[in-house]
Design a protein around this ligand. Structure first.
Ligand SMILES: [Zn+2]
Length: 346
């Protein structure tokens, strides 16, 4: 990535001078967004005038961004709202975890005819137990979840029969996944040591937009994926109706934690650079409502508006995404190696 480190207001920042997707230096600031979640600091969003890619600029380096994941007490005045949003989030997560596992199962079945995933797991997966496992022609389906957090998705995928591993850089979340679910979860540094073609499925649920080493990470993901494997990538879409409505208050900009802001076109362009191709798209149904609720909070709307308007904006965004998935607030992309690049490197 073409960037240089500089210091501004005692913050070690990474300032990009060219587009991470196409390399053009024809970039322009289009919006300034406040970090409502954590620091209250202002960060600029830039667009590449050649390829249209949008990105956060002058963002904290990997070494210093950790503190931006902590939310201080200054937003505690809105605890009631926060409680509602959190309750919705947890209820939606339960449904979404099931949907994600179903989606991944369908995606891998779609490319591998010999896949056999049973609908119910009669007993826990144990070494030597074939019961309930997902198999490709008698080979266990291996799944890697990047940024697996506390492990809820991996736990569900494991119950479905996948052999699962996770990468999570946050130590607390990693320990939760290991102790609560008994999962195999490694730190970020271990990702770079994974051997070629180790996984049939790699999932990134709202993770790609956080990765500082954008191009390097995609290249590595392609490397660890089998030739017939699938990558499943969920990212926010700033061409959605809710993004258009809330503008700089749109919660899914989530700067500086989100470095990259995708649209279907810019994500496909980025993936194509790495010999990957999008073969399917799905909208995530709860995201527009959740993001709209958070955006109203960030916009400091009055209480009535804060709860009523997200229903309208979220619903409108959802309806648009049903008509055309490219308008989804968040989109799940099913990605494979393109036929040109699917041959094994000698
Ligand atoms: Zn560009």
């Amino acid at each position: 990535m073409d960037g240089k480190k500089q210091s501004m207001n005692d913050r070690p920042l990474i300032a990009l001078t060219s587009c991470p997707v196409c390399g053009s230096d024809d970039i322009q600031k289009v919006l300034e967004v406040v970090d409502y979640f954590s620091s209250g600091e202002l960060f600029p969003l830039f667009d590449c005038l050649r390829c249209g890619f949008r990105f956060t600029n002058c963002f904290p380096s990997e070494k210093t961004i950790g503190k931006y994941y902590d939310s201080p007490g200054y937003i505690a005045h809105s605890d009631t709202h926060r409680g509602l949003v959190n309750k919705l989030y947890h209820a939606a997560r339960k449904v979404m975890v099931k949907r994600k596992v179903r989606l991944v199962t369908t995606a891998i079945q779609g490319v591998v005819g010999g896949l056999n995933v049973t609908n119910k797991v009669s007993e826990p997966n144990r070494p030597g137990s074939a019961g309930g496992r997902a198999n490709i022609l008698n080979e266990t389906v291996r799944l890697l979840d990047m940024g697996c957090g506390t492990g809820y998705f991996l736990h569900a995928a494991k119950k479905r029969g996948f052999t699962v591993s996770g990468i999570e850089k946050e130590q607390g979340a990693r320990e939760h996944a290991i102790t609560k679910f008994g999962l195999d979860v490694q730190g970020e540094e271990d990702f770079w040591n994974i051997k070629r073609e180790s996984y049939h499925v790699v999932t990134l649920w709202h993770v790609l937009e956080h990765l500082e080493k954008l191009n390097e990470s995609i290249e590595k993901i392609k490397e660890v994926l089998t030739d017939e494997g699938v990558v499943v990538i969920a990212v926010p879409n700033h061409l959605s109706y809710d993004a258009h409505f809330y503008k700089e208050h749109w919660a899914a900009y989530d700067i500086p934690r989100h470095l990259w802001h995708f649209t279907p076109v810019t994500l496909e362009r980025l993936l194509a650079r790495h010999g990957l191709v999008v073969t399917g798209r799905h909208a995530m149904p709860f995201d527009p409502l959740y993001i709209s609720l958070l955006s109203e909070k960030y916009a400091k709307s009055n209480l009535l508006v804060r709860y009523a308007r997200p229903l309208l904006v979220g619903l409108k965004s959802l309806i648009r995404s049903c008509r055309n998935v490219e308008h989804g607030s968040s989109i799940v992309f099913i990605v494979q190696k393109s036929s040109k690049s699917s041959g094994k490197t000698p």
